[in-house]
Design a protein. Structure first.
Length: 661
């Protein structure tokens, strides 16, 4: 067994690999860019080596820097994690030449399966059905249009070396094909150093289901069940679960057999994943093989009890698998939610910044948290905006969903925008509860985008009652301060007018101990809680139902979040409400003449010039945010008066890029 390994990655996956390595008695070496100097994975390692500037092309993608770090520290092996160089055969070969073991498959298998075009040919030879498409590399945007027309819209434009949703676009017409080709190629070049593009048919109502395989150096290849990853946004997985609620035993066995056959055909060694697209009739088609550890591997670990990182290390050290296919059993149901620093309300734009407050749910037998950050850490602009992977395990799928809903409500995070409310809304949706999920789920459920401020009447009533109770207790405590003009609290009922977006509620609160009588618009809503001013969570029962509500103080009110719904309320006494109604309303500044960056990022290109006439929908600029390129388009016809940014500029959120006349 190795005595020391280097992890050629960052963030949560680096920390997760270190956790297993340390349990096995193996020392770890972290590498870090200038942006990650104080990162958690650096602090968690036994040693840490700087490898270059913040851009990944100059640090985490630098073969020379990583190999030198391994040599300088005496690391006997390197685990690549996922992303970066995890599926780069040149990296595996260079390590071998340097006498360092690559903890992963051999370079030939990586090259064969990492090339999405070549892998489809090999899969076909191994007997796997493939999605219809064009087998060759697309050389230009116009050729992409010709191929797309021949296949028939809609089509998927995909990078041959792609992964993680990068270098992938769906196109429904010629214009989207041209734009998608250019963006996918550019993303693939910057993320993987390989800009080859191919096109395939987009399957209607698809599910994304993958098989986890594990092979050793003695010819043994097993499959460890499947994961369903159908909940996706921009072709990037958001929620994963194991096992799939859609598969039957016959389909599961058939998919597993095909995954094993493909792995054996390429002499696969280590952990890998064979991905399939499954149609409503349970016909399945080979999509690709990922020759690495997957982001969503924890759900497989939870239901099988097998540590995949440990198995990868043991296999790389020359050990034989210690179990057979018959030994693998699936127990319970696991769900994973990816927690990102992004704003779901504003089209999921990345939200880099400092984690000012961070209080995640604690890991236990039901909850698992894989994270690479702690309170006070920074989410840099240069990398993927993932904060953590939150997983729950239950005896049944319903149990796992319930545990996840409770865990999301108990996840307190301030300083950056995040998708916790969005994830909670999915968990609470009836379609998810019924497992009616496809890769189009998010677009179908939130066709106008995600709006956490939209709560049901029942949820609104509960949150209004909670707001009235906590405000009463805040006022009571304030009244205890000596020297105040106001009379001290007399224990009588308090009346509040609670303003919410689009309405107002009259609430009466009968002050008491843990149990309090609250009346919302004349209807009794009993509330019981030990909440005290300063608590960020309101735990208790409202109208007989247990709730955990996040509480944030606002001017004259509070922001309350629970179960994917958010309600901002203003509380005033009847007299204060009368006076507030007399206050003038400040008009909002007109910013329609400006194109502003929707997120912090880097200017990839400015497509227009000063004085140019543009039509609504025409492209104006491309902004790269955390390795995803975003095309900004004109919302109306007009003329460009002034360009305020240039290629390579670093933009703050809402920074002006150009001005219209």
């Amino acid at each position: 067994m190795f005595s020391k390994i280097l992890i050629a990655n960052r963030g949560e996956i680096a920390v997760r690999i270190m956790r297993t390595a340390h349990r096995m008695g193996i020392k770890t070496v972290a590498v870090y860019s200038e942006a990650d100097r104080g990162a958690l994975h650096v602090r968690a390692a036994d040693e840490a080596v700087p490898i270059g500037p913040a851009p990944s092309a100059e640090s985490y993608l630098s073969l020379d820097a990583l190999i030198k770090a391994a040599a300088d520290t005496g690391a006997e092996a390197v685990h690549p994690g996922y992303g970066f160089l995890a599926e780069n055969p040149a990296f595996a070969r260079a390590l071998a030449e340097a006498g360092v073991v690559f903890i992963g498959p051999g370079p030939d298998a990586i090259a064969l399966m990492g090339d999405k075009i070549e892998s489809k040919r090999l899969a076909s030879e191994a007997g796997l059905a493939a999605i219809p498409g064009h087998p060759g590399v697309i050389a230009s945007a116009e050729e992409a249009v010709e191929v797309a027309r021949a296949i028939g819209y809609p089509v998927m434009i995909k990078a041959s070396a792609g992964g993680g949703g990068k270098g992938m676009r769906i196109a429904r017409d010629d214009e989207e094909t041209r734009d998608g080709y250019r963006l996918a190629r550019s993303e693939a070049r910057s993320s993987f150093g390989d800009d080859r593009i191919f096109i395939e048919k987009c399957i209607a109502e698809p599910r994304h289901i993958e098989i986890q395989v594990l092979g050793d150096g003695f010819g043994n290849v097993l499959y460890l069940g499947e994961r369903e990853c159908s909940i996706q946004r921009r072709h990037q997985k958001v929620i994963e679960e194991a096992p799939s609620p859609f598969l039957d035993a016959k389909t599961r066995e058939a998919m597993g057999a095909e995954a094993v056959a493909l792995a054996k055909a390429v002499g696969y060694v280590s952990a890998g994943t064979v991905e399939f697209i499954v149609d409503p009739d349970r016909n399945f088609y080979f999509l690709e093989m990922n020759t690495r550890l997957q982001v969503e591997h924890p759900v497989t670990e939870l239901v099988t009890g097998i540590d995949l990182v440990e198995q990868m290390i043991r296999i790389a050290a020359g050990e034989k698998l210690s179990f057979t296919q018959d030994d693998i059993a699936i127990s319970g149901h696991a769900i994973e939610c990816r927690v990102y620093a992004e704003d779901p309300v504003r089209g999921f734009v990345p939200s880099p910044g400092r984690l000012v407050r961070l209080r995640p749910p604690q890991s236990d037998g039901t909850v698992r948290l894989d994270t690479g950050v702690e309170e006070g850490d920074e989410i840099p602009i240069f990398y993927d905006p993932m904060i953590a992977k939150l997983c729950t395990l239950g005896e049944t799928r319903a149990d796992a969903i319930g545990a996840m809903r409770r865990a999301l409500d108990r996840y307190y995070l301030k300083g950056v925008d995040n998708n916790l409310g969005f994830l909670a809304a999915i968990m609470a949706h009836p379609r998810f509860a019924k497992a009616e999920t496809t890769t189009g789920f998010i677009d179908e459920v939130f066709p106008q985008g995600f709006a956490p401020d939209v709560a049901s009447p029942e949820t609104t009533r509960r949150l209004v009652a909670v707001a009235a109770l906590i405000h009463t207790r805040v006022v009571e405590r304030r009244s205890w301060i000596s020297g105040r003009i106001a009379e001290p609290a007399d224990g009588s009922a308090k009346e509040w007018l609670v303003g919410i977006p689009g309405g107002e509620h009259r609430v009466m609160v009968e002050p008491g101990g843990a149990f309090t009588e609250v009346a919302v618009d004349g209807r009794s809503v009993p509330v019981a809680s030990e909440w005290r001013p300063g608590d960020v969570f309101f735990d208790g029962t409202v109208d007989g139902e247990h709730v955990s509500v996040q509480v944030a103080r606002r001017m004259e009110g509070y922001s309350l979040s629970q179960g994917g719904a958010r309600l901002t309320v203003v509380l005033r006494s009847p007299r204060a409400a009368e006076l507030a109604a007399l206050m003038p309303v400040k008009a909002q500044a007109d910013m329609s003449r400006y194109l502003r960056s929707p997120m912090p990022g880097l200017v990839v290109s400015i497509i227009v010039e000063e004085g140019q006439e543009v039509k609504a929908g025409e492209p104006l600029a491309v902004v790269d945010a955390m390795k995803m390129e975003n095309m900004l388009r004109a919302e109306r016809d007009g003329r460009i008066a002034k360009i305020c940014a240039a290629k390579g500029d670093s933009l703050a959120q809402e920074q002006v890029i150009l001005e219209f006349e």
